[in-house]
Design a protein around this ligand. Structure first.
Ligand code: MG
Length: 176
């Protein structure tokens, strides 16, 4: 059972993570159009991870006796002002997501909902990694991305990223 405010925020977060997924898939498409297939791969993996995050929240709501209420996911942008603008936007987006998760944590603490506080622990740590990845991508682009050879090398490096299902999703799916 949940406090209604916490339950609403958790449901909003499912939608926010789906929006993140679509945002990164849209960025991935932009990179593919520009033949930056390594960046496209990196953002495609990011899209898959965001869908995992959505499912992690979804599973938690259900496992803890709440009601899942899916809602409309806003359309992501499809036109971007270049690679640097995308990298900057993805960092800002992760900072926003961190603040949303902190808000849920504060709401949960205010009603002594410790199961939600404990659940959010992993996601708060995950956000440290997400922000770190996004700022590293931006910094490396600023350092090396200004000439075509540097960009080629960065694109190759970004393309080495592979998706593996977040352990958290597998654990929760096995609990069903
Ligand atoms: Mg996420």
């Amino acid at each position: 059972m949940f406090d209604p405010k916490v339950e609403t925020l958790l449901n909003k977060q499912v939608i926010a993570e789906m929006y993140s997924a679509n945002l990164y898939l849209s960025m991935s498409a932009w990179f593919r159009e520009k033949s930056l297939d390594g960046y496209a791969q990196w953002f495609y993996v990011q899209y898959k991870e965001e869908m995992d995050h959505a499912l992690i929240f979804y599973n938690f709501i259900l496992n803890a006796g709440g009601k899942v209420k899916l809602g409309q996911v806003d359309a992501p942008p499809h036109d971007f002002d270049g690679t640097k603008a995308i990298l900057k936007k993805s960092l800002e987006h992760e900072q926003l997501v961190t603040s949303l998760i902190y808000n849920i944590n504060e709401a949960a603490l205010s009603v002594k909902d410790y199961k939600t506080v404990q659940f959010l622990d992993w996601l708060i740590r995950e956000q440290v990694e997400e922000e770190d990845n996004a700022s590293t991508n931006l910094e490396r682009f600023e350092l090396f991305g200004s000439d075509s050879l540097g960009l080629l090398s960065l694109d190759e490096e970004m393309g080495s990223r592979r998706y593996s299902q977040t352990a958290q999703v597998a654990v929760l799916e096995n609990d069903e």
